[in-house]
Ligand binder design. Sequence first.
Ligand SMILES: [Zn+2]
Length: 362
Amino acid sequence: MHVHLMGGWDGEHVDMLGYQRYLNSLLYAGVTTVLDMGNVLPYIQQLRHEIAAGRILGPRIYLAGPVMDGPDPFWPPISYVVSSEAQLPSYVNQLKMARVDVVKAYVGLSERLLTGLVREASKDSLRVFAHSWSLGSADVIRTGIAAFAHVDSPPISDETVRLMRERGVASITTLAMLESFSQRRLDRLAFLSAPLVAQVTPSQFLAALRTFAAKAPTPAESTARARGLVRLQTAMRNVKQLVDSEIVVAAGTDAPYPGVFLGEGVHRELELLVEAGLTPLQAISTATRNAALLMKDTTWGTVAVGKRADLLIINGDPAHHIADTRDIETVILRGQVLNRKDLEFDPKSDPGFEVVGSIFRE
Ligand SMILES: [Zn+2]
């Protein structure tokens, strides 16, 4: 419930023409539905349309379209720049015409602009998901947002939890992204040889990631990694508190980031949720039932007569050993058993697209 379908492996340099690789890697890992939380609007809109029409094979896409940010956006190519309330009606109208599923609000919005955005979006029954609660949790909730896109810093207060419960505000986990910031996972690279990564990832991307992981950090990078680890630990405590308080918590990864792959990433996220103190079944529910609750869609998310047949058959017992989710026997997408062999990366038929550009403001 939090990806950016722009390809690449580091979250900055993108591979949009290589979309089929990433759609395949998601399906290969058993991800049958995603929420794209920020992208180039016409691009992600067309990707959703072609998958829904059956001309491209991929998971069902929910989308936010652009990130709504302030006058100096972090991710210029995927952002709408909001500098005054006067812009909001036409921006929201554009999102409505594009049939976005939710609106994504980012850190550069002032409280006044965020409040205006929520008000304008609600006229079209559109819900606003905000980046995180670092701007002043309780005040952000009082703007009327429907969910937080992350659960990290600062430590969540009882007041925030109470307001979230009262107003039905949900949250998305993205622990995998924080683990990437800490680079903790890159200390041991054995996971790059595991099937959910190795069978679906171009070898040049894995080579680039290995080089990235081996690079000695600058003092500034060391500080950033240490901060990332603190943020990860804080987010783990927050997510446990939210689950214990019966807030709707849905699994997300914010893939791609270094070591956070589209597909494999959600299996890592579930492991991190168990590390945070959730039971394996609670963790699995964040990626199934709770994801559907987040999207207010009753047609999927649980196994019941009449629901969409998006199913995984697993070798093992993930209810007791969460890493067993990785051992996938069969993926069923909209009632069709997928041939997972066909989803594997094949250098002979792949065009060899490379990552280019940068969506980040340097
Ligand atoms: Zn994101």
